[in-house]
Design a protein around this ligand. Sequence first.
Ligand SMILES: Cc1cc2nc3c(=O)[nH]c(=O)nc-3n(C[C@H](O)[C@H](O)[C@H](O)COP(=O)(O)OP(=O)(O)OC[C@H]3O[C@@H](n4cnc5c(N)ncnc54)[C@H](O)[C@@H]3O)c2cc1C
Length: 299
Amino acid sequence: MENQFEKILSRIPDVRLITHYPASALTSFRIGGEIAYVLYPGTEKALCGAVKSLREAGMEYRIVGRGSNILARDEPFSGAWIVTKDCCKLHFHDHRAEAECGVSLDSLLESCAERGLGGLENLRGIPGSVGGAVSMNAGAFGTQFSDILTAVRAYDIQADKVVCLSYEECGFGYRQSIFQSGRYAVLQVALRCAVTRTDLVRSRMDRVATLRGASQPMDLPSAGSVFRRPAGNYAGKLISEAGLSGVSIGGAQVSEKHAGFIVNRGGATAADVRALIELIRKTVYEKSGILLEPELLME
Ligand SMILES: Cc1cc2nc3c(=O)[nH]c(=O)nc-3n(C[C@H](O)[C@H](O)[C@H](O)COP(=O)(O)OP(=O)(O)OC[C@H]3O[C@@H](n4cnc5c(N)ncnc54)[C@H](O)[C@@H]3O)c2cc1C
């Protein structure tokens, strides 16, 4: 059976296939067991073809950008990960940008800065892809990715066709979008940037980078903030007030620098992270009456 799948997958045009690859090498947490098939489509068409072939073969799959908001399981996964990083075309037409799903946020921001285009400076340092940023509606310091987005081209997996969704159709909210339903693969986004000056864009980005460096544990593997922000409060503040800063289970530790982050101090497993998340939720609930909801996607 394994060889039969391998044959089907290796025949999809413009897709690079790697077998038996560790999820830990594909996620910012550096955690996760072996993935049977890792597919790297090189074009949008190949991405659609990969999804279609996997569905037809009845194989479980995930679409993954930079793996910076995912806790992969420790156990081997017999399905496939479709990793989008080779779908990375980026075009500008005046102040409008079109970015494929695999473009990294930092390279998008850098290209915008070169052209004196602003709007996303506050997202500096988020280590995700455009596809992941749309799906999660990534945000920081009062800006959300959706703020300058005008449309998304996506593969409608159920209907097997490429569709163009307007901003209104994307269902954006706080760390929320229609793309979390699993119905679509994001192919490309259209952005309308603010026309400004390169030096201003760069100085805003530098300020954000400094703020992140000062307040977040950027030197250790993590998946960013583990919990959604509770109404009128901050997860990190509640966790810290509950006395949990620095608490560890196995290799997973509540960051001493930012209690909203769990860091991998070395050798952490998904089971360690899950146990720590449960401990945090229980303790914070007992101390504050607030039940924290994970923002991290756990398999
Ligand atoms: C140090 C650090 C700091 C962070 N800071 C922030 C922050 O300030 N704000 C913030 O919002 N997040 C932050 N994050 C979390 C994370 O970087 C963002 O959520 C990011 O947008 C995820 O992008 P990704 O490409 O890594 O997505 P992944 O983690 O690979 O995937 C996330 C979700 O998006 C889906 N997805 C990815 N690509 C596609 C696609 N093409 N089509 C359909 N679905 C897709 C996946 O299936 C999955 O459901 C941080 C993470 C780290 C490690």
